[in-house]
Write a protein that binds this ligand. Structure first.
Ligand SMILES: Nc1ncnc2c1ncn2[C@@H]1O[C@H](COP(=O)(O)OP(=O)(O)OP(=O)(O)O)[C@@H](O)[C@H]1O
Ligand SMILES: [Mg+2]
Length: 136
């Protein structure tokens, strides 16, 4: 497979269409036959809700858990956090556990590379990896 394109959708301003963009970009790319992974990096879990999981905070395994594991130096080759959407793409749900990750990241070594490290470990199966990211 050709090199995966990684796209981050980020804007400090709220309510400007970040989650909507990621969802539609993912669905559109998948409809065009691309292998797509969407990653919800927002503690509000709005993208996760849009994808049909009404209660993100009830999910036992999300991006927050795997990022915490990376910070703790524990990361495996299995990725049970990756879910399949009926529109033909995969996604990693996010929820409020990402707020706890932010606290751990304050003192973590190479904190700016934790998400990158996660994406590096999963992206090879995909043409596109699109992340929704908040920046404040
Ligand atoms: N292109 C668009 N045209 C009109 N309305 C849009 C468009 N994109 C998104 N919206 C609407 O704008 C609102 C905010 O969109 P969205 O939730 O995607 O923004 P966000 O930047 O992710 O917000 P937040 O900062 O709260 O996470 C929603 O009601 C959405 O339906
Ligand atoms: Mg959003």
């Amino acid at each position: 497979m050709a090199k995966t394109k990684v796209i981050a959708v980020a804007n400090q301003k709220g309510g400007v269409g970040k989650s909507t963009t990621v969802f539609n970009l993912g669905a559109g790319l998948a409809a065009n036959g691309k292998k797509v992974l969407l990653v919800d990096v927002d503690p509000q879990g709005d993208l996760t809700k849009m994808l049909g999981l009404r209660k993100p905070n009830d999910l036992p395994l999300t991006l927050g858990n795997v990022m915490n594991n990376i910070v703790a130096g524990v990361s495996g080759n299995e990725h049970p956090e990756i879910m399949q959407h009926h529109e033909g793409f995969d996604f990693v749900p996010g929820n409020r556990s990402l707020s706890a990750v932010e606290v751990c990241l304050v003192t973590a070594m190479s904190r700016e590379a934790v998400l990158q490290q996660y994406v590096k470990g999963v992206k090879n199966d995909y043409d596109f990896c699109v992340q929704i990211t908040i920046t404040d």
